[in-house]
Design a binder for this molecule. Structure first.
Ligand SMILES: Cc1cc2nc3c(=O)[nH]c(=O)nc-3n(C[C@H](O)[C@H](O)[C@H](O)COP(=O)(O)OP(=O)(O)OC[C@H]3O[C@@H](n4cnc5c(N)ncnc54)[C@H](O)[C@@H]3O)c2cc1C
Length: 445
């Protein structure tokens, strides 16, 4: 095991800021820090991520259905590191030693063939300032069979696994002229992920005849959303929930409310009242938890493993470790926790940027105050529904249709603008338009 010496080196690079996780919040933070410190030889910035490329997590359900091509929408961390002059390390962090100020990174094995050859040995990595931005994972609440039988949407590889299984099922139906052969998809959890996925599956199915899947019609597809609560999108205002319910029912999605799943097996899900819902594909999208290494590192955590931070985004009990995004439990003035959303991660990245530099300079840290700008739910090509808040508006403005769609699409463009710059984002937009006009709009392989 080798130790990368990074702090207190003789080459004058005394401060080493390490950001773990280059997702919605972490990547924006690394780029801001690198832009600010690139002429300062005393500060080094390193990003560590388990994956070599970045994909904006809210796009994962579109990658799962094939509405988006992951190869087209990914951004290489090494390319960004070269452009913005930060260091990128590929690896999965599995331990933080807050006292010694070191991280442990797992060994990397070659996954391209059976041999599984060891490529990079496990390492320790030193930091002077650390930001955890590792996001969240699906929480199965210990439900029997989820690990073995469910598909998840936590990462690109999981979205691609769903995609492959989905495409295989489409081929099965296409090859079978017997119209009683159906594809059933059960989605457990009616949060934004479950709801958006259900609509996108229907959108792809509707367009299949354009691609020669003539035997496929919407009556051969059954999508069921199974939700333990009394309404879908329980975290969002009731008006959005009821409007989305109406749209989903119009599309043909079957919504089962007040239905708790007690087990999942190879045939589908079993509910608490012992009802079976048969499905070829079961997606678990109910609830979140933080990666386990945070609690295993003895950092202070809440009940779902999120690291507790103060309102300056510092991990409770530490002056130099910060956390942002889904992986942290940050209190708001009413005692609740900042919701796990891309807009929270984005806002936290801006304050963490200022506070990490303030803690290096010994100046005053800023308070993080979450501003809810509203929520938008995309039902693929069928509709977009949501509310806008903040700015000049007092209260909440309900929007739907093309205006809501425009705001929804602008969220991703704003993220791209933070990462690549405004001009580059415009060029990417033009590139995307050309790409869509010249390639298939659905990835069917
Ligand atoms: C399908 C789907 C749709 C969504 N839609 C919306 C939406 O419309 N609007 C919205 O506001 N939010 C949405 N969300 C939620 C949103 O994606 C998250 O809140 C947001 O991405 C959190 O940002 P983050 O920076 O905390 O983590 P992430 O964006 O998840 O990034 C975490 C990064 O950490 C890396 N990582 C994880 N563990 C390790 C480790 N141990 N070592 C090294 N690297 C690690 C990962 O590879 C990843 O790059 C959606 C989520 C999903 C799954």
């Amino acid at each position: 095991m080798n130790i990368l010496k990074t702090s207190g080196d003789t080459d004058g690079q005394n401060t080493h800021i390490v950001v773990v996780g280059g997702g919605a919040g972490g990547l924006e933070l690394v780029i801001k820090l690198s832009r600010k410190t690139k002429r300062n030889n005393n500060i080094r910035v390193t990003l560590i991520d388990s994956n070599p490329t970045h994909i904006w997590k809210p796009l994962l359900h579109e990658i799962a259905t094939g509405s988006l091509n992951s190869n087209h929408d990914e951004t290489s961390y090494l390319m960004l590191a070269r452009k913005h002059r930060f260091s990128f390390v590929l690896g999965t962090v599995d331990h933080v030693d807050a006292v010694r100020k070191t991280l442990h990174i797992e060994s990397i094995y070659d996954k391209t063939d059976e041999s599984g050859e060891l490529l990079v040995d496990a390492r320790h990595f030193e930091f002077t300032h650390l930001v955890l931005a590792v996001g969240s994972l699906c929480n199965d609440f210990g439900t029997k069979g989820v690990e073995e039988h469910c598909l998840l949407l936590d990462s690109r590889s999981q979205a691609e696994r769903f995609h492959q299984r989905f495409i295989n099922q489409l081929h099965r139906i296409h090859a079978n002229a017997d119209t009683s052969t159906q594809l059933s998809v059960a989605i457990v959890g009616a949060g934004a992920t479950g709801v958006e996925l259900a609509a996108d599956i229907h959108n792809v199915a509707k367009r299949l005849p354009e691609y020669g899947f003539n035997e496929f019609s919407s009556d051969r597809l059954r999508v069921v959303i199974v939700e333990a609560g009394a309404r879908i999108l329980a975290q969002l205002p009731e008006r959005i929930s009821s409007s989305v319910t109406t749209e989903l029912e119009k599309i043909g999605v079957d919504i089962r409310l007040n239905t708790m799943v007690s087990a999942v097996d190879e045939k589908g899900v079993v509910t608490e009242s012992s009802e079976r819902i048969d499905a070829e594909l079961v997606v678990w999208a109910a609830g979140i938890k933080a990666p386990a290494f945070i609690a295993e590192s003895n950092l202070p955590c809440d009940g779902i493993g999120r690291v507790e931070v103060d309102t300056k985004l510092r991990v409770v009990g530490s002056e130099v470790i910060f956390a942002i995004g889904d992986c942290c439990a940050c209190p708001m003035s009413d005692g609740s926790i900042v919701p796990p959303r891309a807009q929270s991660a984005h806002q936290m990245a801006s304050i963490a940027y200022k506070n990490v530099l303030a803690s290096i300079n010994g100046s005053r840290l800023k308070e993080f105050k979450y501003k809810d700008f509203g929520s938008l739910i995309s039902l693929s090509q069928f509709s977009t529904v949501g509310n806008l808040m903040g700015g000049v508006m007092r209260g909440s403005l309900f929007i739907e249709g093309w205006l809501a769609r425009l705001f929804y699409l602008s969220l991703y463009r704003m993220h791209q603008s933070s990462v690549h710059g405004f001009g580059a984002m415009l060029l990417i937009m033009i590139g995307d338009t050309i790409y869509k006009a010249t390639r298939a709009n659905i990835k069917l392989h």
